[in-house]
Design a protein around this ligand. Structure first.
Ligand SMILES: Cc1cc2nc3c(=O)[nH]c(=O)nc-3n(C[C@H](O)[C@H](O)[C@H](O)COP(=O)(O)OP(=O)(O)OC[C@H]3O[C@@H](n4cnc5c(N)ncnc54)[C@H](O)[C@@H]3O)c2cc1C
Length: 266
C-alpha cells in the first residue's frame, strides 16, 4: 500500500469538505473493495475520508410507503432487519447472500452501489424496486444513478447518503453465485407492485452492468407465474462472457434465476 492520510468524517458536510481539500481523495465505507484495491496498488488515493461513523448515514426506517436505508448501513444490518424482512423480503434475503459473514458485517450499501461492480447484488434491487438514491447534492432514480460498468452518476466529491425503496407487494431475489467469491454470475430481482405492474432487474450478466428484462416484465404483469418467464431469454449478445461462464450460459441462468425469483415471491 502507498502512504495515505486518513480522516474520519463526523457528518456528510464534513466528508464533502474534507474531500474538497484532498489532492486525490477517496471515500472509505466498509473498505471491502477499496482496501484490497489499494493493497494491490491499483489505487493510491492521497487521502481516505471515512464515512462509516456518520450517524445520518446509518440506520433503517419506514418513511411513507418506503424503507429508507442509510448508505453506511452494513449488509448484515439489512439482512437482519425485521422491518426489511417484513416489508421487502427480497431485499433482506439479497443482503444475507452477499459474500461471507466478514464481508456482510463490514460492507455497506453505499459502498456497493457506488462501486457498481457488474456482479454486485444490490443494483438489481434498486432498479427492480425503483429506488431513489439521495446524495449530498441531489436525488436520483436508480436508473439515473447506474451509468455503466463500475460507473455511476456520482461526482468525485459526492456522497451517497441513503437509498429509499418503495415497498412492493411481492419481491424476491435469486442468484447463481460464483462458487469462489459469491458474487452473482447472474442474479434476478423481481418486484410486483399492488397495481399489478412488475419490474425485473438482472445483475451479474450484463456487459454494461444492471439492466431491466422488459420482456419478462410484460409477461409477468399479465400473469405472475414461473410459466410466464420460462420461455423468455434475454439474448446472449450483450451479456458477459469470461472464464466463469459464456454469454449463452449466463442467458440461460437469467431465465432460471427469474423463474426461481418469481417462485420465491409467491
Ligand atoms: C470476498 C468478497 C466477496 C464479496 N461478495 C459479494 C457478493 O456476493 N455480492 C456483492 O454484491 N458484493 C460482494 N462483495 C463486495 C461487498 O459487497 C462490498 O461491500 C462492496 O464491494 C463495497 O462496499 P464497501 O462498503 O466495502 O465500500 P468501500 O470498499 O469502502 O468503497 C467502495 C467504493 O465506493 C466508494 N464509496 C463508498 N461509500 C460511498 C458513499 N457513501 N458515497 C460515495 N462513494 C462511496 C469508495 O470511494 C470506493 O470507490 C464481496 C467482497 C469481498 C471482499
Amino acid at each position: 500500500m502507498y502512504e495515505t492520510s486518513y480522516h474520519r468524517a463526523g457528518s456528510v458536510a464534513d466528508a464533502v469538505a474534507l474531500m474538497g481539500k484532498a489532492e486525490d481523495g477517496k471515500f472509505l465505507s466498509g473498505g471491502q473493495t477499496l482496501l484490497p484495491t489499494m493493497k494491490q496498488r491499483l489505487a493510491a488515493p492521497s487521502d481516505l475520508v471515512d464515512l462509516a461513523k456518520i450517524a445520518e448515514m446509518k440506520g433503517i426506517c419506514e418513511e411513507g410507503g418506503a424503507i429508507a436505508i442509510g448508505a453506511a448501513t452494513t449488509h448484515a444490518e439489512v439482512a437482519s432487519s425485521d422491518l426489511v424482512k417484513q416489508k421487502i423480503p427480497g431485499l433482506a434475503s439479497l443482503a444475507g447472500g452477499i459474500g461471507d459473514p466478514a464481508v456482510r458485517h463490514m460492507g455497506t450499501m453505499g459502498g456497493s452501489i457506488s462501486n457498481n461492480d457488474p456482479a454486485a447484488d444490490y443494483p438489481s434491487a434498486l432498479v427492480a424496486l425503483n429506488a431513489t438514491v439521495t446524495t449530498s447534492k441531489r436525488t436520483l432514480s436508480a436508473e439515473e444513478f447506474f451509468t455503466g460498468l463500475f460507473e455511476t452518476a456520482l461526482d468525485e466529491d459526492e456522497v451517497v447518503v441513503s437509498v429509499s425503496f418503495p415497498v412492493a407487494e411481492k419481491s424476491a431475489y435469486a442468484k447463481y453465485p460464483n462458487p469462489a467469491s459469491r458474487y452473482a454470475m447472474a442474479g434476478v430481482f423481481v418486484a410486483k407492485q399492488s397495481d399489478g405492474s412488475v419490474r425485473v432487474a438482472v445483475t451479474g450478466a450484463g456487459q454494461e452492468g444492471v439492466f431491466r428484462a422488459t420482456d419478462m416484465e410484460a409477461a409477468l404483469s399479465g400473469n405472475f407465474s414461473t410459466d410466464a418467464v420460462a420461455g423468455i431469454s434475454v439474448g446472449a449478445d450483450n451479456l458477459l462472457s469470461d472464464i466463469h461462464g459464456s454469454s449463452a450460459y449466463r442467458a440461460n441462468l437469467v431465465t432460471v434465476m427469474a423463474k426461481r425469483a418469481v417462485q420465491a415471491a409467491g
